[in-house]
Design a protein around this ligand. Sequence first.
Ligand SMILES: N[C@@H](CCC(=O)N[C@@H](CS)C(=O)NCC(=O)O)C(=O)O
Length: 198
Amino acid sequence: MAIPTLNYFDRPGRAEASRLAFHVGGVEFKDHRFTAEEWGAEYKAKAPTGLAPWLELEDGSYIVESKAILMYAANKAGLIPKDPVDAAVAEQACSIMEACFGPTRNIYMNKEVEKAKVELAEKLAVADKVIATRQSESTGFISNAGFSYADLFVFTFLLGITGRLPDAMKTEEYPHLKKVYEAVKAYPKVAEYYKSRQ
Ligand SMILES: N[C@@H](CCC(=O)N[C@@H](CS)C(=O)NCC(=O)O)C(=O)O
């Protein structure tokens, strides 16, 4: 049986939330990873928009944009809240976290680093504040509706930044984001995924 292929670099980045969603949902997919060298030599030309990730579906068509791919994976995995408010709360968390990508990228690219650090701190503080308003006290997930793709989105952003730019964010300054991170990390299917990759 043909299965979808997720194409991305061999790092978490913008594909990790989808990888985890597929894994959590027990949805089969091919996790095709490449190095930066392979990207330049071969895959950039193959990528539909010249950017990664992209997902090739069983019928040969594709989906680009990491968030759209995550929507596909999350739908397949049953990780999209059904209630309208819960669904909006999940999207709210993703959007507010997405706003942190710009300054993070500038820090990574060594572009106006001090300015980017200030901007990142401001955006993380907003994300922490907004997530606090709906976060489940008992589970630590973004909403009382339970584990969703938004938890994976926030988790993988934090995983990326703490892994690649450990000095850019002091996690203890953002207790609600930290709580999401720890809750997702401890989620059995997620813990199992990282154990299997060791
Ligand atoms: N909005 C796109 C951004 C994709 C993107 O910027 N991908 C980067 C890696 S995270 C990339 O392909 N960089 C290689 C290049 O620009 O050649 C998404 O979310 O999928």
